[in-house]
Design a protein around this ligand. Sequence first.
Ligand code: NDP
Length: 322
Amino acid sequence: MKAIRLHHTGGPEALVLDDLPEPTPAAGQAVVKIEAAGLNYIDVYFRTGLYRGELPLTLGFEAAGTVTAVGSGVAEVRVGDRVAYAGVLGAYAQYAAVPADRLVALPPAVSARQGAAAMLQGLTAHYLGTATWPLRPGDTCLVHAAAGGVGLLLCQIAKMRGARVIATVSTQGKAELARGAGADEVILYSEQDFEAEVKRLTDGRKVQVVYDGVGKTTFAKGLDCLAPRGMMVLYGQASGPVGSLDPQVLNAKGSLFLTRPTLAHYVLTREELRARAGDILGWVSDGRLRLRIDLEVPLQDAAAAHRALEGRHTTGKVLLIP
Ligand code: NDP
């Protein structure tokens, strides 16, 4: 089978199309014939070496397709089931062996491409908006990079929960997309001082929560956008890692909370995974959550997809099609 592997970390050219044997399922695993794999910013961190894995490695944490084989002891899925998953490395491939307890069934109305587009960024938006800071009416949240994969979904979930959404994006085109996802206010943080704009838009009251997947270029100012006892949710670093922080800063800026969450800790059990995925796929199925699949790229062109994502040219989801 074909797979995109990293033999060393580096630029997009480090993504190499290799021929590998088709996987066979170990105990507790199912083999999935992948119809679509999701591109996520974490793939860039692994490729560049910001996050480390044992090389060579097959990149990719998200896919959907059909179960073609199961190992001993697997009760969760059967051959022929349509499934999706997130958080298991090895998705940039034609087949992947996946722990069966990480697979969720695709509803009949949700295609494999939609499943691959919904899982990782959808589960992330879900836990950010419902668990890390459970948004409720009366809250105002600041969502950075709101036209991105997580951003568009988080705006929609925040609106479902009755919050006011202030979004940041870098271009007018992205601003339109953020508004389409429900953002009440959109700040062009490439041109405007987002801290001053947040203060203006909230009459100085500021926001209850900042969702920051951008990191280096936004983190410090984001702390100044928070109302007393507000929460900084630093969930990524698309612009680069954030440096160290003196905890006293949280006191001085208003008894703030700081968390650096990751999806794995919000889908710890199969029950939690099924509950979050059930919401997300159910909302996709009934039209309450709209997916934006921006690009569908052949698997062998993964490098071009990485260039587009890192170059801030993508909006919503990028899929790799094996
Ligand atoms: P996006 O589609 O959001 O792409 C990243 C966006 O970040 C860009 O489109 C761009 O939007 C913005 N950005 C700002 N500065 C830069 C920069 N210097 N270089 C590149 N992009 C920049 O990606 P994802 O939806 O996949 O991920 C968004 C964030 O969420 C990432 O940080 C990712 O690591 C994180 N994440 C965290 C998870 C967790 O559980 N902790 C799980 C999933 C994702 P603009 O042009 O509008 O500025």
